[in-house]
Ligand binder design. Sequence first.
Ligand SMILES: Cc1cc2nc3c(=O)[nH]c(=O)nc-3n(C[C@H](O)[C@H](O)[C@H](O)COP(=O)(O)O)c2cc1C
Length: 195
Amino acid sequence: MRSRWSASVYDDQHRLSEGEIETLLRAAQWAPSAGNSQPWVVFVCVPGTANHDRLVATLSRGNSGWVPRASVVFVTAAHVRTGEEPDAPAYSDYALHDVGQAAAHLTLQARSLGLHAHQFAGFDHDALAEALELPPTHRLVAGIAVGVLGDPADVDERTAARDHRDRVRKPLGEWAFGGRFGEAPVADGLADSVS
Ligand SMILES: Cc1cc2nc3c(=O)[nH]c(=O)nc-3n(C[C@H](O)[C@H](O)[C@H](O)COP(=O)(O)O)c2cc1C
């Protein structure tokens, strides 16, 4: 888990085998979910396929330089409503939580296979939902680009620089409370620690 980070420079010649893609999907499949509702849908976008073209056409400017170079991109959706009408009851109150959890499992499985993964939300959700014929019972959530590290010389300077940014986190004291909201964390000395 500590070796995970969101890489942006991918080797665009690298491809994953069907078995590797299946292993990544199985990691998501076996994530826990509220009432075992499994509210996730995953679109698999392999370079050269129609799904990949659909995704690339909707990427934000900031993501269009690096996402297409990944070996495979997964796009997650959540089953949010039981019916097509906007006021239909929720499919699960925890649908987004569970889709995020499935994404985390897939992302860590990628690391375990020696791959890198980078999640992203910067794409035109409405346009991609339409292109993928996503029913109104579902909502697109995020993309997960997966691949192996590439040569920074093969990408533009801005993309290459992304992989040298400092990775920072809020200290535990800001969000891990041993008492009421805002009260001291579980152990002395943890409040200011970041790692
Ligand atoms: C839901 C979600 C959306 C994100 N959207 C983008 C994005 O559109 N573009 C991008 O470059 N990174 C995106 N990221 C990556 C985050 O910026 C990154 O995870 C965060 O800076 C922490 O860095 P780390 O993953 O290396 O620990 C996204 C991550 C998540 C989980």
